[in-house]
Design a protein. Structure first.
Length: 71
């Protein structure tokens, strides 16, 4: 799946980085975001696949990022 959106920092459960998609969906990269994208408000385009995992964050749809580009 393709994701376009904005990087956000959430302070839930110790804090994590997520993506608010332009499609209205929130996405939680289960392996985190690279340091170059860990900037509040950073615009990204990503290629991802759904991750069938449970998370403590309980925020957004869990995904594994395959390719990420900041804009």
């Amino acid at each position: 799946m393709k994701i376009k959106g904005t990087v956000v920092r959430q302070d839930i459960e110790g804090g994590f980085w997520g993506i608010q998609g332009d499609d209205g969906q929130n996405y939680l990269p289960v392996e985190g975001l690279p340091a170059s994208a860990q900037i509040e408000g950073c615009r990204i385009e990503a290629e991802a696949e759904p991750a069938n995992v449970m998370t403590f964050a309980q925020w957004g749809r869990a995904v594994r990022l395959r390719h990420l580009k900041t804009r």
